[in-house]
Design a protein around this ligand. Structure first.
Ligand code: C5P
Length: 298
């Protein structure tokens, strides 16, 4: 049995997010392009004789059931008798409550970690099912890269890595409740649906100008009303030369896509003089060809 394992847990952004309708189960039917970025938590896991212990460098994250990583470990260890207990250290770099799937990606890493540490030999389909039981973004965080997601977010169609995006993320200091943002969405009113098909065409052609042009998130119609600063940051991004901007998930983080790293860096330096949480990021490089994310086993 492995004594310790470290798994990278990258943040995700939504390059497009469209809502097609409200479902009978209360969730919304999505069509969204999800993309991993190189803003990464590191999850260190060790098997132990019993119980689940969560420690972190961040005092903001809960250490019980409200933490999706805890929930994932708890559900899996209950199901598999060979899994006794687990110690989990979360080195948190992804901001919390930001629309970047920070909690979901930690849970995805734990699902993979329990599988490897306890030799459960679960294949990708089983891991994705575990992810679905934990949250709508978790299956994507397990499969990674870039994908078109439908359904609640769990029906995934992987997209080839087209271009490496150079981006700046600005997170206003407010947090938004995902459930509240979806609840306040009025599809019959003045919300702008992104064109997923136009985005996908640009993505396939590696056409950065049209990729940036067709970024879009229908949830901005709700979140901008709650936090007008999101709209101001979007405008500032464009003034600083961004090719396009979009809010990620239910917000409030704003993503700006730039033509190259140098321009992104210049913009991030400006934003750092005005906002506390500013991140200069690129697309996440998975580092190998078969799509498995890196882990270090000891
Ligand atoms: O699945 P997850 O727990 O991450 O979703 C959080 C909340 O976001 C849900 O309780 C629901 O209110 C909303 N949601 C939705 N439709 C989706 C995904 C999430 O309405 N496709």
């Amino acid at each position: 049995m492995l004594a310790e394992i470290t798994i990278e847990a990258p943040a995700k952004i939504n390059l497009t997010l469209d809502v097609k309708g409200k479902r009978a189960d209360g969730y919304h039917e999505l069509e969204t392009v999800m993309h991993q970025i190189d803003l990464v938590d590191k999850i260190i896991m060790r098997p132990c004789s019993q119980g689940i212990t969560i420690e972190s460098n961040s005092y903001e994250i809960p250490d019980g059931e409200e933490n999706l990583a805890y929930k994932a470990a708890s559900l899996m260890l209950r199901q598999f008798p060979q899994g006794r207990g687990i110690y989990i250290y979360i080195q948190k770099n992804i901001p919390i409550g930001a629309g970047l799937a920070g909690g979901s990606t930690d849970a995805a890493a734990v699902i993979k970690g329990v599988n490897l540490l306890y030799g459960l030999q679960l294949g990708q389909p089983a891991l994705l099912q575990w992810g679905e039981a934990i949250g709508s973004d978790v299956p994507f965080c397990i499969s990674g890269g870039t994908a078109l997601a439908r359904g609640r977010g769990e029906i995934l169609e992987p997209l080839a890595a087209a271009v490496k995006l150079e981006m700046v993320l600005v997170k206003p200091e407010f947090q938004l409740s995902t459930a509240e943002v979806y609840r306040d969405l009025r599809l019959e009113q003045d919300c702008i649906h992104p064109s997923t098909s136009a985005f996908l065409e640009a993505w396939t052609k590696c056409d950065i100008i049209n990729i940036a042009c067709h970024l879009g998130n229908i949830l901005e119609s709700v979140s901008l009303k709650k936090i007008p600063l999101i709209g101001m940051i979007k405008k500032e991004m464009l003034d600083l030369g961004a090719l396009g901007t979009v809010m990620s998930g239910s917000g409030p983080t704003v993503v700006g896509v730039f033509a190259d790293r140098r321009q992104a860096q210049k913009a991030s330096e400006f934003f750092k003089t005005r906002y506390q949480e500013v991140y200069l990021v690129s697309s996440y490089d998975r580092g190998d060809e078969d799509g498995e994310k890196p882990f270090i086993a000891r």
